[in-house]
Each structure stands twice: as structure tokens, then as C-alpha cells.
Design a protein around this ligand. Structure first.
Ligand SMILES: Nc1ncnc2c1ncn2[C@@H]1O[C@H](COP(=O)(O)OP(=O)(O)O)[C@@H](O)[C@H]1O
Ligand SMILES: [Mg+2]
Length: 268
């Protein structure tokens, strides 16, 4: 369980807080989506929820971050990284830079957990297969395309099988096929009991995998609820968030006088 209690965050030197009074609760096996316009605070929320801010990014945090019921304020970065996996937008910065092949890169995290070699190999092979990047195993991670790097970074995270995972626009560089593979892999991880917080512009992806969704606006929580309800909320567009295509389709159908219930069978 990952929990934010009345969390506000102001970057060092900033005049205003970038997150204001956020209360969030993420249960095991739950996928929580975060939407909001550019600058709404999605990245900041990911930084705070993963403990990177204020540890690695200077600023002032008020309120509490609790992981498995423990206030993590006193914990060091390396203790936190064992609890929460993190994936940010820029894949190049996610890779270790020390591994000669994709296979070793994906195996790197589980190796460092001190797992037996057979298990490391099994997890690595599973991850590569789930993201359909087995054919890249022998390649140099530094010489991949942006999309391939992103899949490798996500593969490395999945292989850790983290209890908590925080992802900030993890599919930014991926095409629809890659995005879909990531969605399936995250859904599978959550069904194994992991809790996942994911900030995304791609609301189709969120509609597919999220249990709940929250919308941020100027650092505050504006909407929060079941994924289906929030993603169909009429105020979403005013918050700078694109409606998922299923919601758009229903709306257009209803505007055209069609019975939107006929589309229900197609709904994700
Ligand atoms: N390192 C920083 N220092 C000061 N302000 C920042 C920093 N990073 C982001 N901000 C500000 O915090 C607010 C939220 O930004 P961010 O979390 O990146 O939003 P989003 O990810 O939704 O686009 C913005 O007003 C942004 O300008
Ligand atoms: Mg961002």
C-alpha cells in the first residue's frame, strides 16, 4: 500500500507549490492513473510518490509518504529503491550504461537483488518475451532507438517485480503496438499484487488498465474516482485531458441520436 497524506511540494527556489494537499491511497494490485494538462504536476507527483523528491530533487515536502504503512521520510534513497520501482519519460537516462547487452541490462536489477541465477534468467526471459524484445537480447542498449530503449528500461523494471511501481509517461516514445504491450505487461504485474501509479497522456491506455484515475490541475486533485467515471467526466477536456476514444465514440453516437448502449459491448 502506498499512501500520500496531505502532501504538498515546493521545488527549491520556486515561489509556489507544485503539489497542494494531495491525499492518495494505492492498494496492492491496484492501478491508479494520473492525468492533467502539461505543468499540472504529474511528474512532480511521480517524483514525490517514488521518494525521489525531495531526496534527489531539492524542495520542501509537507505531509507524509507512507509505504506499507511506514513513513519513509527517514529512509535513504537505496532503501526506497528496493520498495518502489520508477520509470521516467526519457529512456536513455533509465538505462544503467554499464551493460553491454540488452539481456544483461534487463537482468541487472534482479541480479542486484541477489536472486539465484536461474531466477534472474527466468525473470529476464519473461520480461523480454512480454515486451516482445527477445530479438534484441544481444544488442548494445546504447545503440537502440528511443522506443526500444524505453521497452528495455520497462523490461528491467518488470524483471524486478516491484511491489510498487511509479511510471511517468512510460509510453511517450512508443507506437501503439509498443504501448499495448506495456499495457498488458503492467496489467499482469498488477494482477500479481503490485500497486502501480502511472501518469499518462494516453487516456486509451489508462481506460484499459486503471482501476481508478485522478486528475491534477495546478498541483491540486480535481477529480478522483473509478477510472470509467473519471475518464468520462465532462470536465476532463477543460482540464486539458483528451477523452479516451471509447468515451468520444459514445459521445458522438449519442450526439448523432444513436443509442450509446449499443457500443457498450465493445467497451474495454
Ligand atoms: N525543477 C523544478 N523547479 C521548479 N519548478 C518546477 C520544477 N519542475 C517542475 N516545476 C514546476 O512544477 C509544476 C508542475 O510541473 P510538472 O510536475 O512537471 O507537471 P506535468 O508533469 O504535469 O507537466 C509546473 O508549474 C512546473 O513549472
Ligand atoms: Mg510531466
Amino acid at each position: 500500500m502506498l499512501r500520500l497524506e496531505s502532501v504538498s511540494y515546493r521545488y527549491a527556489g520556486a515561489e509556489r507549490a507544485s503539489l497542494r494537499d494531495i491525499d492518495l491511497r494505492l492498494e496492492y494490485g491496484e492501478v491508479l492513473g494520473v492525468v492533467g494538462a502539461s505543468e499540472a504536476g504529474k511528474t512532480t507527483l511521480c517524483l514525490v510518490a517514488s521518494g525521489l523528491a525531495p531526496r534527489a530533487i531539492r524542495g520542501t515536502l509537507t505531509g507524509r509518504l507512507l509505504i506499507d504503512g511506514i513513513d519513509v521520510a527517514g529512509q535513504r534513497m537505496h532503501e526506497l529503491t528496493a520498495l518502489v520501482g520508477v520509470c521516467f519519460q526519457d529512456p536513455a537516462t533509465q538505462l544503467s550504461g554499464v551493460n553491454a547487452t540488452v539481456f544483461e541490462e534487463v537482468a541487472f536489477g534482479p541480479m542486484n537483488l541477489g536472486l539465484p541465477v536461474e531466477e534472474v534468467v527466468e525473470r529476464t526471459t519473461d520480461s523480454l518475451a512480454a515486451l516482445r524484445i527477445g530479438h534484441l537480447s544481444e544488442r548494445d542498449p546504447a545503440r537502440l532507438s528511443g522506443g526500444q530503449m524505453q521497452l528495455v528500461a520497462i523490461g528491467g523494471l518488470l524483471a524486478m517485480r516491484p511491489a510498487h511501481l511509479v511510471l511517468d509517461e512510460p509510453t511517450a516514445q512508443l507506437d501503439p503496438a509498443g504501448t499495448s504491450l506495456v499495457a498488458d505487461a503492467l496489467a499482469r504485474l498488477a494482477s500479481g499484487g503490485s500497486s502501480i501509479l502511472i501518469a499518462e497522456q494516453k487516456t486509451d491506455l489508462l481506460a484499459r488498465i486503471c482501476d481508478r484515475v485522478v486528475a491534477l490541475d495546478h498541483g491540486g486533485l480535481r477529480l478522483s474516482g473509478q477510472s470509467r467515471a473519471v475518464l468520462a467526466d465532462p470536465s476532463l477536456q477543460a482540464l486539458g485531458v483528451e477523452e479516451p476514444s471509447i468515451v468520444r465514440l459514445r459521445r458522438l453516437a449519442s450526439e448523432a441520436g444513436e443509442d450509446p448502449a449499443r457500443l457498450e459491448e465493445e467497451a474495454p
